[in-house]
Each structure stands twice: as structure tokens, then as C-alpha cells.
Design a protein around this ligand. Sequence first.
Ligand code: HEC
Ligand code: HEC
Length: 172
Amino acid sequence: MVRWIVAAAATLITVGAAGFASHGPGDPSGEPGSALRQDTTKHEEAVAVIEHELGELRGRIAGREKQPATEVFKNIQLFKTMEAGRLPGVMGSWSNVLGVTCKHCHVMDQWEKEDRPEKQIARDMAQMVNEINSHLLKNIKNLDSTEPRIGCWTCHRGKLIPEFFPPREKKN
Ligand code: HEC
Ligand code: HEC
């Protein structure tokens, strides 16, 4: 049951690499009016914050990277079979694919807490991605790929709210 999470995490890390490619978090992320607060930190600043926080996190868990995440961290509900050393990469990847910093889902330095609803949304999104990859896509016949799959980037592309319509062509 939980084996997918490791695979999903690998996918997330891959898709996260191109996270900030074109849309920074300074971009108002599509439509306004999301019930959830948006993080408006500027792009370069955001990259610096993420790098800094991940550096600190890696420092804190140094020497324990191979231990299960459940032993090293305090409140692991999703990544039950993951090695602790992989968690920082996933956190950086999620920040990048959504175009936010850590504080969109966490109160900084209170990582284990559940104060922000976005943290649970991210878990639910990961479950949805798994459901799509392991069942829904698999059931579509005659696709070219033998293992078709999606990741966070497929929808989010550096924004909190995925676009529904294709962007309008600019009129000159
Ligand atoms: C999109 C939401 C999201 C973003 C952005 C995010 N996180 Fe997380 N983070 C989570 C979720 C969800 C968990 C819990 C995973 C689980 O249940 O296995 C988590 C868990 C953690 C934990 C483990 C806490 C514990 O002791 O249980 C740390 C540390 C952490 N995040 C650090 C960071 C850092 C540093 C950043 C920024 C680089 C970041 N996170 C960005 C959603 C996010
Ligand atoms: C199939 C498309 C799709 C995929 C894949 C997807 N999401 Fe989402 N996500 C959405 C939609 C749609 C919303 C709702 C946006 C809105 O509020 O209208 C959303 C919203 C969110 C939000 C709340 C945004 C906010 O306003 O704060 C978070 C956090 C999030 N997704 C994280 C993730 C993560 C992490 C992944 C990968 C594990 C992921 N999503 C994969 C479609 C997707």
C-alpha cells in the first residue's frame, strides 16, 4: 500500500527541478479570491529562503539521513516509508512547483504542526496524484506510454491555482 509514496516522492523531486522556470511567486497566481492566503514573496527572495531553510534542515538531520523519516521527524503521516534524507528534497520540490516558500504550508520552525490547512491539502493532493497514476491513468487503453504519469508540475506549473483555460493571446 505505501510503496507508491516512495515512487511518488521521486516523481515530485523530478518535477520540482524545473519549478520556478517561468512563473515566480510574485506572480499573483492566476485568479484572485482563493480562500487560502497566498505567499507573495518575490522570486529571488523565495529561492534564497528555500535554499536557506533546506540547508538548515539538512544540517539538523545530518548523520540520520538513512533512518526512516518517521523516526527523525515528529509528525509524518504521508511519507511513512521514506528515508529522512529525502524529505528536504520533497519540501523544496513542492515549494517550487507551487511557486511558494515553506511558510505557505508551515509556520516557520514549527514544521510538525498542522496550523496551516495547506499542509493537509498537500497530503491530499499527493494521494490524488497517486490515485490518478496507479488507477485512473492505468485504465485508459491504447495510450502510447507504458507508464503514463502525472506529477504536481503537470497541473501547477509554479502556481497555486492551476490554469483552467489556455492563456489568451496577447493583442498588439
Ligand atoms: C505544499 C505544502 C508544503 C510546503 C511548501 C512545504 N512543506 Fe514541509 N511538509 C508538508 C507536509 C504535508 C508535511 C508532512 C508530510 C507527512 O505527513 O509525511 C511536511 C513536513 C515537513 C517537515 C517534517 C516535520 C515533522 O517533524 O514532522 C519538515 C522539517 C518540513 N516539512 C520542512 C519544510 C521546509 C524547510 C519547507 C520549505 C523549503 C517546506 N517544508 C515546504 C508540506 C509542505
Ligand atoms: C490534476 C491537477 C493537479 C495536480 C496533479 C495537483 N494539483 Fe494541487 N491543486 C489542483 C487544483 C485544481 C487546486 C485548487 C485550486 C483552487 O483553489 O482553485 C489545487 C490546489 C492545491 C493547493 C492549495 C493552493 C492554495 O491556494 O493554497 C496545494 C497546496 C496543492 N494543490 C498542492 C499540490 C501538490 C503538492 C501536488 C503534487 C503532490 C499537487 N497539488 C498536484 C490541481 C492539481
